[in-house]
Structure formats: C-alpha cells, structure tokens
Design a protein around this ligand. Sequence first.
Ligand code: SF4
Ligand code: SF4
Length: 385
Amino acid sequence: MAAESAKTVTTVEPDLDFIKALKKSGGDTLKKCMQCANCSVACPLAPDSKPFPRKEMIWAGWGLKDKLAANPDVWLCHQCNDCSLYCPRGAKPGDVLAAIRNMAIRENAFPKFLGNIVAEKKYLPLLFIVPAVLFFLILSVTGHLNIPAGEVVFSKLLPVMYVDTVFVPTAFLMAFFAFKGVMNFWKSLVDADAKQGTKRYLTPPLPHFVKMYILPVVSDILTHVRFKKCGSNRDRYTAHLGIFYGFVGLFIVTNVVMVGHYIFHIDTPFSMVGPVKLLANFSAIILFIGTTLVIRNRMADADDPGASGSSYSDWSLLWVIYAVTITGILSQVLRLSGIAVLAYPMYFAHLLCVFCLFIYLPYSKLAHLLYRTTAMVYAKYTGRD
Ligand code: SF4
Ligand code: SF4
C-alpha cells in the first residue's frame, strides 16, 4: 500500500498475521472503525495533541505492529470504555487497545518463548503441571510427602527454608526477566521517537529523574487518580484499588514473615489478633472483593457498549488471583478447624497458585503494572501528558 504526496512516498507494510491475532484476542471490532474520531474526543485521559484511541484504531487496521508496540499511548488507556460508548459504529476501541497491550507484552518479553507460552491458552495446563511436579519432587526428596501428625502447622509440611529455597531465587530470576522486558520496551519507545525525528530529550541525573518523573507517577498509581476519570465504568476504580492494595498488604506481610523468621527467629503461625495476621486477613478480603467486582464487570452483557470485553489473558489472571485468595482463606479456616487431611493439601494448592502467579508475572496481565508505569514515566519525561 503506498500513500503518495508531492514530495515523498511512504510505504506501509501491513502485518496481516498481526491483524488476525489482534482480532482473535479481543480486538475483533477494529475493522468497524470509520475514523470519525468520536472516541478521541470522548476519552477522558487522552492528551490534547495527537489524542488516542483513533490513531491507534487506524494503525491497528493497517497492521502497523511495530508502531503500536512502541507507542506509550496504548498504556495511558485504562480501558474505561467511555470511547466505546460513543462510537457510532459499535467498535470497541478500549478493547482493541487492551489487545494491543497484550501483544506489546509478548513483543518485549524476555525470554520470548516464555511470553509466547503464557499468552497461549493451549499451554495453560503445562504452566501449572510443571511447578506442581517440582513441588511434589521437593516434598518427596525431603521426606515430607505425607500428612504430618498433631496440630496443623504448615511449616511441618514444607519448612520455611525449603519454600524460600524455591521462591527467593525464582523471584530474583523473574525480577531480572521483568527488568529486561521493561528495558526492551523503554528502548523501543526511545527508538520510535528517534526514527520520527522527534526532538531528543535531556535526561537529568538520576535523583532528579526520580523526583521529576517517577515519584509523580507513583503518586498517580497509589491514588488511582486516572481510574477516577472514567465516566461509564466507575466501579473499575474501586475494584482496581481493592486488588492493588490487597497485593500491597500481602507483599508487606510476606516480607515481615521472612524478616521475623530469618532475623528474629519468630515462626508462623502468628496470633489471629496480632497486627501481621490482621493485615494479612484484611488484605485477602479486599483482594477477594476487588477481584469479584472485576469479574462481575467483565461478565456484564457483551452487547453493552460500555462494558469491557475480556480476553484469555484477562480471565486467566483473574481466576489465578481468585484461586490464590480462596485457597489462602480456606487454608487458614481448615488449619484453625484442625482438619489436617484437608488443610495440608489446601496449603499445597495455595503455594502452587502463589508460585504460578509470580513466576508468570512478567508475561501475564499483571505485567501491566510494570509496562504502564514505564509508559507513564516516559509520557511525563517527554511532556506527553
Ligand atoms: S468512534 Fe468508532 S468509528 Fe469513530 S474513530 Fe473511534 S473507533 Fe473509529
Ligand atoms: S477505554 Fe477509556 S481510557 Fe481507553 S481510550 Fe477509551 S475512553 Fe480512553
């Protein structure tokens, strides 16, 4: 396809496989677009200059995969679907942008094969079977493949040291993979600007960079201020806030438990009325409520123009978070009830779900937290917002 002007000829090479993949993963309405720009006017988050999502709809329709993968704007969208509500053609640009984000995670993933495996539904059983076999091997090698006698104490099944021997190195490895993916993304943003001849931005010294660009973005995320601007889908704000702070609380609890174990030699279980347990249970409850609200929202009538469509990556993450929360709550209830024969297997299932949630973080929808933060920092750095 060639667009000709008086002076230049721009050749556009559409990636037809990309268009097909985008349509399959939630962007099925992209060809309905007639480029009227209602969506860009309706979007409460789009900047005044070069607003989204109309231009992304055009690029997606043309199959411009590289341009979309290196576009920070698709990450500034919070899928509120105000744009979809005002589209006269029944297209859902909010969902198209969500499908583009999933594609961008896959493009930037390191190592790439893990990104491809996590993105494909057919590999889902494998993603759980491999860690489950690993956990069974650890139990059998350490002689713990049985239901321990006496009071239910989970460290009898898997001593903290064994759990941490698997979890801590894996967490560091995944943090490195996530860092590589995010750096790939940042480089693609910089290269895309350079290719377009956009002016070069001066990078201030790190402390200034943190103060000027990173801290304001962290503040935006902590307050979910951008979610608050959603018009048609206001409950996304509450739901995401619950999920976000549920994770923050559980992250704090995990670290307190590790410090308690290794530095102060205090072992679990903690008192049910102590601050650590109270924070753990409160976090689990708000995580459960937040996830339930998101699931309810996504189960809304597919014909509702303001409702979010849902892809495999949406559902797989939501059900894993649900599994983590429910197995965690049930493990505690069964432990307190003294039903060892159910409590230990439930705890095993809980550990497995937590492990899967975190090892696949750089490639699942949870990676949005990393990529969106990066895009928001880049947007601030380049004066985009
Ligand atoms: S409102 Fe609909 S038809 Fe108009 S540009 Fe946006 S997606 Fe396309
Ligand atoms: S889904 Fe919401 S934030 Fe995203 S482009 Fe549409 S209106 Fe804007």
